[in-house]
Design a protein around this ligand. Sequence first.
Ligand SMILES: NC(=O)c1ccc[n+]([C@@H]2O[C@H](COP(=O)([O-])OP(=O)(O)OC[C@H]3O[C@@H](n4cnc5c(N)ncnc54)[C@H](OP(=O)(O)O)[C@@H]3O)[C@@H](O)[C@H]2O)c1
Length: 264
Amino acid sequence: MNDERYTLITGAGQGLGKALALACAKQHFNLLLLALPGEDLASFSQSLQKDYGVKSDYLEIDLTEPEAAGNIHHWVHAHHYVLNRIINNAGIGSVGSFTSHDAGFYDRQLDLNIKAVVLLIHYFIEELAEEPDARILNISSLASFFAMPYKAVYASSKGFIYNFSRALRMEYLHTPLRICVACPGPITTNRKVLQRIKDQGRVSRIMALSPEKTARLCVKGMLKGKAFIIPGLPNKFLYWIEKLLPQNIKIKIVASRLQNNAPS
Ligand SMILES: NC(=O)c1ccc[n+]([C@@H]2O[C@H](COP(=O)([O-])OP(=O)(O)OC[C@H]3O[C@@H](n4cnc5c(N)ncnc54)[C@H](OP(=O)(O)O)[C@@H]3O)[C@@H](O)[C@H]2O)c1
């Protein structure tokens, strides 16, 4: 029997996903990296093998394709890889009034942020539940705790991931599998996000963390099997403030901070 185990990471070509892959390689986890074609996963995968002595393979795939989860499951089994961790990181963010994005955009955003996560877990969960110390880490967002005007669909998709993860964790507590959900605040991953952080003002800048620090805290929380992970003290503080403020006040504060952001 093959006693090597792998951690599968979606959206591993850039941003937080790439930082998560590096953080996992530093823990000597073997890796299966997934991203859209064109992210040069081949050389990233090779550099992880060379620099950290881990095994690594990659699959270029569009997770919004209807057969994506099934194709990933098939690929993993065809190569005789055995998973003990999945990190569902891939996700599309957005800001702007509801109609500043077209229906096709929301179709892709919901497919990636929600459907791809649910289906990938569905394909693998029974196998993972038999692995000692197995983990699923779903990347949600601090946005999951808020009703967010001008980020209505994105924040709601992350709310789904938060509640789905907490609920599913309970169903699998009788097994060694622990399902964890991370709810990061702003992460300085790419140009678009940097612009959003700038547009949202001082509070966002104080809360922002680098992808490397966010990834390190997420992996640490995942290894501890935490139910949910909020990286960084200012973000934890905001989580508790959110519990204290009435909804009608919170929603007005959020709207005033986001309404002038350029759609992206
Ligand atoms: N940045 C933030 O401020 C922030 C805050 C809280 C939560 N998050 C969450 O953190 C996660 C990563 O965010 P990020 O800022 O690192 O985003 P990013 O830089 O835009 O990276 C997104 C990742 O998802 C992948 N992806 C996008 N569409 C895909 C598709 N159709 N099929 C397969 N993969 C696809 C991308 O793959 P390619 O590499 O091939 O492009 C990329 O690796 C997301 O779930 C996001 O919601 C981000």
